[in-house]
Ligand binder design. Structure first.
Ligand SMILES: [Zn+2]
Length: 558
């Protein structure tokens, strides 16, 4: 049986700016995975359920699309046209479903994570609610296990966020990332939200590479010179133009930016605005992509290769680097540097031979230029460890939790775990590829083990009754299952251990003042929340930036 899906490729209202592009991509054949079937009304499947609400009171669900099975032709599709014209209500339902699936598969492919992504809320399907409410936003909520795609009115008519492929991809990416690294949402810190926003925006960019007629159009318009293509890297054009009252021209955020944490380069990001911090990361990755594309397209042996293919190849490499880095990130409270380090580390595993390291150099260069790290040596790591993987039964390590617990206990200090109260996550086993010289690739099977724990940090002066806070730390261990060797050990304790000795386990003055200031500025309720700080209830991050309070969802903008 063949499956056919259709989706919207650019915001329909900006379609007239791109006269050569049709906003709807024709039927595309889709290879479902076992987990994707059966298809049900909505559309829906065991992982994603589309729900569309009426715009008229009582705002009940409208009938969802049914898959149409053509037994004789051996195909399954959806009917989104009536009398030869698109029924936009039905088209939006199908398009959101198709894009959500596409994004999920982008993450799961053997050239990316090489494993199935689980939702953070368990085995139930993620609900994506089209026309949830009249609001200028779209949001992901873990507790409700749903994405809300809202709509609003503008001078140009009613705007549906569900009709924007960027917005749908962005929100689905939040849900996926929440499954990969749930602590980002649990640990309130500007950097963790910034990581979420950057990954979501970049996912929208990667999706646009799949919509070839859009990138072909841009490459054509700018004669292959992408650094001149202003609209390349714009996120959510139609929505952005309405939201910013034209200030941002035609986009919500641009990945083509110069945000940094430094005073001597680019535009200093506001460190209490996670959308600006996110652009330090997305800008760095986007620029590395442009550099790699330019290298690929000017390669003397690839003169015959189309610019579109060069961009596709460069895009795939960057996508792989970012997505694989996410699995290497330690659990607990991480910052932008932790992710940057994970990206470089995972890429050294994927591309062990130096020849292929150009893109890694571009990425390093960008991270340092923007102040995510300070020098190349910040990103160096060695895998010298006393963990004797060859003495371990790796099949048991994955399948027998007691065996895994024993293993962790034995190598606690190698894993930088400071005490006995730690939590081990069910290990991940993936199936990916490692890329060698001359286009050769080999199978790579990784076991990824994550351990987290809390550290009690004393405050120099107590704030009302609170004299301590709890911060979640973590270590990720990656083992090559085929070669029986340690590929990476990454811990947030790498920095913390050093700082603790120096500060005698006491938070320093400036960090303390920051907390105090925030508590003073905030409402009484928040001070009470702060006072009742307890393990697993409230967690606060006081590493190097600012403290945030727990919240539930991720929106598109402030
Ligand atoms: Zn977002």
């Amino acid at each position: 049986m063949k499956y056919f899906l259709k989706y919207i490729t650019i915001d329909p209202l900006v379609e007239d700016q791109y006269p050569l592009i049709r906003s709807v991509q024709g039927w595309r054949s889709w290879k479902p995975k076992k987990a994707d079937l059966p298809l049900v009304k909505g559309p829906g499947n065991p992982r994603i359920q589309i729900i569309d609400l009426s715009e008229l009171a009582p705002y009940d669900p409208v009938p969802g699309l049914n898959p149409v099975v053509h037994e004789g032709l051996g195909r399954v599709s959806f009917r989104v046209k009536s009398r030869g014209k698109y029924d936009y209500e039905k088209l939006r339902q199908l398009s959101v479903f198709s894009i959500a699936l596409k994004v999920l598969h982008m993450y799961e492919g053997s050239d990316a994570l090489g494993r199935r992504v689980e939702w953070s809320f368990g085995d139930l399907p993620l609900k994506i609610i089209i026309r949830h409410s009249k609001l200028e936003n779209a949001q992901y909520f873990r507790k409700k296990r749903e994405i809300r795609l809202c709509y609003f009115d503008s001078d140009n008519g009613r705007i549906y966020t569900s009709a924007s492929p960027d917005i749908v991809a962005h929100e689905v990416a939040h849900a996926i990332l929440d499954g990969i690294a749930p602590d980002l949402l649990d640990c309130p810190h500007y950097d963790s939200y910034a990581i979420h926003e950057a990954v979501a925006d970049l996912t929208a960019l990667f999706l646009s590479f799949e919509m070839d007629h859009y990138t072909d159009y841009l490459l054509d318009k700018y004669d292959g010179n992408l650094s001149k293509a202003r609209e390349f890297g714009w996120i959510a054009e139609q929505f952005g133009a309405e939201m910013t009252d034209g200030v941002n021209d035609h986009y919500l955020r641009s990945l083509n930016n110069e945000y940094s944490f430094r005073n001597d380069w680019g535009a200093r990001a506001n460190e209490s605005d996670h959308y600006e911090i996110s652009q330090v990361l997305s800008g760095a990755i986007f620029n590395a992509l442009i550099l790699e594309y330019e290298r690929e397209s000017s390669h003397p042996e690839k003169q015959e290769q189309s610019k579109g293919l060069s961009l596709f190849i460069a895009g795939n490499k960057i996508r792989r680097m970012l997505f694989r880095g996410l699995d290497y990130m330690p659990p607990g409270e991480v910052n932008l540097f932790d992710l940057a380090y994970s990206i470089i580390c995972a890429d050294k595993v994927s591309f062990p031979e130096d020849e292929d390291a150009n893109i890694r150099q571009y990425m390093l260069q960008e991270f340092i230029k923007r102040g995510v790290g300070y020098s190349n040596s910040d990103f160096e790591f060695d895998t010298n460890t006393d963990i004797q993987v060859d003495m371990i039964d790796l099949d048991l390590l994955v399948s027998d939790f007691k065996y895994l617990e024993e293993f962790i206990r034995r190598y606690k200090s190698e894993l930088l775990i400071p005490h006995d109260e730690y939590k081990i996550k069910t290990p991940i086993l993936n199936n990916k590829f490692r890329y060698l010289k001359n286009g050769v690739r080999e199978k790579l099977q990784e076991i990824i083990v994550k351990v987290s724990w809390y550290e009690e940090l004393l405050l120099e002066e107590s704030i009302d009754d609170a004299d301590r806070i709890f911060v979640k730390f973590g270590t990720t261990l990656v083992i090559d299952k085929i070669k029986s060797e340690v590929l990476s050990i990454q811990s947030t304790n790498r920095i913390a251990l050093k700082d603790f000795e120096k500060n005698n386990q006491v938070i320093n003055k400036s960090q303390f003042n920051l907390v105090k200031q925030l508590v003073e500025q905030d409402s009484t309720a928040k001070v009470q929340e702060f006072n009742s700080t307890k393990k697993n209830q409230c967690e606060y991050m006081i590493k190097d930036r600012v403290l945030l309070f727990k919240r539930n969802g991720f929106g598109l903008h402030k």
